[in-house]
Design a protein around this ligand. Structure first.
Ligand code: PMP
Length: 395
C-alpha cells in the first residue's frame, strides 16, 4: 500500500533527480522594477508587471476605496448572489476598452482558458492549436470534446494543411497566443484570421502578454492587427500581467458573455473577485487611457534593452516585445548565469527543458515601463560581465 508520506517523498525525489524541482524565490518588498529578492537589492527583470501597475498608488487608492465601500469579499458564486454592481460595471468598461460586443471576467487567465475552451467546444467541432500555446490552453483543450489538432509554431502552411485535412460541419476554432510567453514573438494574426476565414473558422487569441503591451493604449494584439470588431475573433487574457492585479477575461461577440455565464464551469462554481481587485482593475484601465507615457516608456525601454543586449553579442532569439530571452544553450549555463546575475543585483529567471527546447535554455528578461535607464544600464553591465565570464559573448 502506498502511504501519503511515501508518495510525497517519491514525487520530490523524482522531481529533484530530473532537475525539475522548483523553490520559488521570495520578494521581501513589493513587486516593482527595483525590489529585494532573498535579501538582495535587485533590478527586477523577472515579473510580468509590464506597465508597473502592481504597486501603483492610483490602483491601490481605488482598491482601498472599493474595499471600504463594497467589503472584503464577494460572498458567493457570481451566478448565485456574488455579482456586485462593480463586477458588471468593470466588465462593461473592459468590453468598451477592447471594442467588443461583450466581456466576462473570470478568476484567472488559467481558469478562463479552461472555462471558455471547456464550455464552447462540442463533439464534432475541430480545434487547432499552435504547438507553443500556453499550458492553460493545453489544459483547457483537455476538457473540450472537440477533435484536437496541433499546428507548427506560426506555420501558416501547416495550419492550412490541418484545416484541409479535417473537414467538419461543426465549429472550427484556431487557437493561438497573441504574444508567445517564452520567445516574445507575435502571432501573425493577419494571416491566421485570413486562413481561418477561408475555412469558416473562428480565431481564439490568448493575449496574456499582448494586452497592455500592443495596440493603441494597450488594447492588445487583436487591436494591433485591426480585428477588434470582428465577431469571428475571441480574445481571452489575464488581468495579472500588464494590468497588475489578478483575473482573466473573455471578450468578443455580444452573446459570448451570456453563454459563458451559463456554461463556463470556473465561473459557475467558484466565487468572483473581491471588491479591492475590481477597484484596482478599473483604475488600471483608466490609467492606461489617461496617461500614454506608460506605453511609451515600456516600448522605449524594450527597444533600448534589446538593442544593447544584441550589441554586446547576446542572442535575443527574434523577440519582438518586452519579453526578451537571452539564449545560453545548455540549461546549466542559463541557471548559472541567473545565479551570477542575482549576485550582481539583477533578478532574471533561467528556463530550461521542458519549459523550452533542450538546446535553447535561456534567461527570460521582462522589461517594464517602470525601469529607469539606470536600472537597465545596471542590468546590461551585469550581463556583459556574466556573459564574458561564461564565454557566451566574446572579449
Ligand atoms: N495564458 C498565457 C499565455 C500566460 O502566459 C498565462 C500566465 N502565465 C496565463 C494564460 C495564465 O494567466 P493567469 O496568471 O491569470 O492565470
Amino acid at each position: 500500500m502506498t502511504t501519503l508520506h511515501a508518495r510525497l517523498n517519491d514525487e520530490l525525489t523524482r522531481l529533484r533527480s530530473a532537475g525539475l524541482h522548483i523553490t520559488p524565490r521570495v520578494l521581501d518588498a513589493p513587486q516593482r522594477a527595483r525590489t529585494r529578492v532573498d535579501g538582495v537589492d535587485v533590478v527586477n527583470l523577472a515579473s510580468n508587471n509590464y506597465l508597473g501597475f502592481a504597486d501603483h498608488p492610483y490602483l491601490k487608492e481605488r482598491a482601498e476605496a472599493y474595499l471600504r465601500t463594497w467589503g472584503a469579499g464577494a460572498g458567493a458564486v457570481r451566478t448565485i448572489a456574488g455579482t456586485l454592481k462593480i463586477h458588471e460595471d468593470f466588465e462593461a468598461q473592459l468590453a468598451q476598452f477592447k471594442h467588443t460586443g461583450s466581456a466576462l471576467v473570470l478568476q484567472s487567465g488559467f481558469t478562463t482558458n479552461q472555462g471558455v475552451l471547456g464550455s464552447l467546444l462540442q463533439e464534432g467541432d475541430l480545434v487547432i492549436s499552435d504547438e507553443l500555446n500556453h499550458a492553460s490552453i493545453i489544459d483547457g483543450l483537455r476538457l473540450a470534446k472537440a477533435t484536437k489538432k496541433i499546428f507548427k509554431h506560426k506555420d501558416m502552411a501547416d495550419l492550412r494543411r490541418v484545416l484541409q485535412e479535417n473537414p467538419t460541419d461543426g465549429l472550427k476554432l484556431v487557437v493561438t497566443d497573441g504574444v508567445f510567453s517564452m520567445d516574445g514573438d507575435i502571432a501573425p494574426l493577419d494571416q491566421i484570421v485570413a486562413i481561418a476565414r477561408e475555412f469558416g473558422a473562428v480565431t481564439y487569441v490568448d493575449d496574456a502578454h499582448g494586452s497592455g503591451v500592443l495596440g493603441a493604449q494597450g488594447r492588445g494584439t487583436v487591436h494591433h492587427f485591426g480585428f477588434e470588431h470582428a465577431d469571428d475573433v475571441i480574445q481571452v487574457g489575464t488581468l495579472s500581467k500588464a494590468w497588475g492585479v489578478v483575473g482573466g477575461y473573455a471578450a468578443g461577440d455580444a452573446n459570448l458573455r451570456d453563454v459563458l455565464i451559463n456554461k463556463a464551469r470556473p465561473f459557475l462554481f467558484s466565487t468572483g473577485h473581491p471588491p479591492a481587485v475590481v477597484g484596482a482593475l478599473s483604475a488600471a484601465l483608466d490609467l492606461v487611457q489617461q496617461d500614454e507615457s506608460f506605453m511609451t516608456r515600456l516600448w522605449e525601454n524594450t527597444r533600448y534593452f534589446k538593442a544593447e543586449l544584441q550589441r554586446l553579442g547576446f542572442d535575443t532569439f527574434g523577440s519582438e516585445t518586452p519579453i526578451t530571452p537571452v539564449i545560453f544553450g545548455e540549461a546549466s549555463a542559463a541557471f548559472e548565469a541567473s545565479r551570477r546575475l542575482l549576485q550582481e543585483g539583477v533578478f532574471a529567471v533561467g528556463l530550461g527543458f521542458p519549459t523550452v527546447p533542450r538546446d535553447l535554455a535561456r534567461i527570460r528578461n521582462i522589461v517594464t515601463a517602470e525601469h529607469t535607464r539606470e536600472d537597465l544600464d545596471h542590468a546590461l553591465g551585469a550581463y556583459e560581465r556574466v556573459g564574458r565570464a561564461l564565454g557566451v559573448v566574446g572579449g
